[in-house]
Structure formats: structure tokens, C-alpha cells
Design a protein around this ligand. Structure first.
Ligand code: NDP
Length: 247
């Protein structure tokens, strides 16, 4: 079977680091032209240079996904500069864990704005392109989108929302050829947990991560690549993956 993405255009949010950067590299390695979007422009420029050095096509788009107008502009920029939009990867996210009691509710707003509304804005504005292209939308959810626990309440709520929104979208668009893929990684070695503002929780998460062999961003990118390179009639709805060390 043809697993090439040559001729396809992908837009990856949160591509300046971690899983998003790995997914962008993986998509480019199969020949897709990739628009890499995030707030940290210098990191995007470096990734574009790396992909171009490998002989593939990439463009950088500065984007804050909490800004609906910026989301619309990013999708239009991608379509104009690369000619289409076949694969949208909603990867941008923050994970500001901590107890609900005495929480700084600014953390909650950042998580809901980024992880939930950002995904919704991007999906909404990209949908006409994806319907035209019979394309694919990939949502970076999490193991935390399937099992709730102490200290992860609002992150759980955010990823749960992504899963619900994605299943609803799937039912609306699948028979028109658009695939909706939900990727649910467990602990993955990235900077994600370093942004936790509640110090005791940040330390507890670092301890938890140090006690196992986490997934790498490339592991998650490989799962994503599997899902987006299936034949057009195959919809990989959900991929749940964990480190073997994670209970
Ligand atoms: P990173 O912190 O390395 O990456 C997060 C990315 O999101 C960065 O590129 C960041 O770019 C971007 N981002 C954050 N806020 C915004 C914003 N407002 N607008 C645009 N981009 C934004 O962490 P990961 O790679 O781990 O996270 C990627 C996704 O994977 C997230 O959705 C996360 O929830 C999910 N995930 C991660 C797991 C893990 O253990 N690491 C496990 C399960 C899921 P910039 O700051 O430049 O804007």
C-alpha cells in the first residue's frame, strides 16, 4: 500500500517543541508539505530550516490558538502558501496540574482556552478545507482524556472535552470522507510538565516521570503517522499508547 504523503499539506499546531515538532518531522519525512504553527517563532524557523535541509517543504506560522482570529488567519495562510489543507494536527496544549482546592483559576482558563477552545477554533476554521480535501484532523488528547485522577481535574476535563467534541465531529463528517483521529499518549518526555505553576505538583510529576521510561515524541509521532497513512476507507478513530512502565 502507498504510505506516502507526497502532495498532501499538513498544519501542525504546537510544533515548536515536543510531540508537535516530532509529528511535523514525521509528516515531512513522508513527503507532506508542513505548516508548523506555535508562538515561539525562532523554534519554528529552526524546524523549517531542518525540514528544508532534508529536501522537503515547510513554512512557519506564528499562532496563539487561544485567539480565534489568529486561528482563522493561520489556516488561510497555510492554504494560500501551500495550496491546500489535508491534515490538521491539533497538538498545541498546556497541562497546568494541581489540586482543585485553592487552585489559581488563571491556570484553568489557560488550559480551557488552549486545550479546548483552541482545538475547537482550529477545527471549525479548517473544516471547509478538510471537507474539500477529504482530509484528516488529528487531536492530541491524552490518557488523561480517558481516566480522571487527583491533581489532574481540569486537564482531565479539557481532554475529555476534546474526546467528546471529536466523536461528535466524527459522526457529522465521516461519511463525507473526513477522518477524525484521537491520539491518547501516556507520559511522554517533553517540556509539558515544566510549566506547572503549583510547585509541589510539578515536583511530584517530575518524580513520577523519572521513575519510568517515558514514551518519546517520536513514539507518538509514529502512532500518528500510522493513523494518517491508512487507505482512504480506513478511519483510525483512537490510538491509546503508554510506556510499558506506566500503570
Ligand atoms: P510541549 O510543551 O513540548 O509542547 C506544547 C506545544 O504547544 C508547544 O509547541 C507550545 O508552543 C504549544 N502551545 C502552547 N500554548 C499554545 C498557544 N496558546 N498557541 C499555540 N501553541 C501553543 O509539550 P508536549 O509536546 O508534551 O504537548 C503536546 C500535546 O501533547 C499537548 O496537547 C499535550 O496535552 C499532549 N500530551 C502530552 C503528553 C506528555 O506526557 N508530554 C501526554 C499526553 C498528551 P509555543 O509555546 O511556542 O506556543
Amino acid at each position: 500500500p502507498d504510505r506516502s504523503l507526497r502532495g498532501k499539506v499538513a498544519l501542525v499546531t504546537g510544533a515548536s517543541s515536543g510531540i508537535g515538532a516530532a509529528i511535523a518531522r514525521a509528516l515531512a519525512s513522508r513527503g507532506a508539505a508542513v505548516a508548523v504553527a506555535a508562538r515561539r517563532r525562532p523554534l519554528l524557523d529552526r524546524l523549517v530550516a531542518e525540514i528544508e535541509a532534508g529536501g522537503e517543504t515547510a513554512v512557519a506560522i506564528e499562532l496563539d490558538v487561544t485567539d480565534e482570529t489568529a486561528c482563522r488567519n493561520a489556516v488561510e495562510q497555510c492554504a494560500q502558501r501551500l495550496g491546500a489543507l489535508d491534515i490538521l494536527v491539533n497538538n498545541a496544549g498546556v497541562m497546568l496540574l494541581g489540586p482543585i482546592e485553592d487552585a489559581n483559576t488563571e491556570d484553568w482558563r489557560r488550559m480551557i482556552d488552549t486545550d479546548v477552545l483552541g482545538v475547537m477554533y482550529m477545527t471549525h476554521t479548517a473544516l471547509p478545507h478538510l471537507l474539500r480535501a477529504r482530509g484528516t484532523v488529528v487531536q492530541l488528547s491524552s490518557v488523561d482524556g480517558r481516566a480522571a485522577g487527583a491533581l489532574t481535574g481540569v486537564y482531565n476535563a479539557a481532554k475529555w472535552a476534546v474526546n467528546a467534541f471529536s466523536e461528535s465531529l466524527r459522526q457529522e463528517v465521516t461519511t463525507r470522507g473526513v477522518r477524525v483521529v484521537v491520539i491518547e499518549p501516556g507520559a511522554t518526555a517533553t517540556d509539558l510538565a515544566s510549566h506547572i505553576t503549583h510547585a509541589p505538583t510539578r515536583e511530584a510529576v517530575a518524580e513520577f516521570a523519572a521513575a519510568l521510561r517515558p514514551l518519546t515524541p517520536d513514539d507518538v509521532a509514529a502512532a500518528t503517522l500510522y493513523a494518517v497513512t491508512q487507505p482512504p476507507h480506513v478511519a483510525v478513530n483512537e490510538v491509546l499508547l503508554r510506556s510499558v512502565d506506566q500503570q
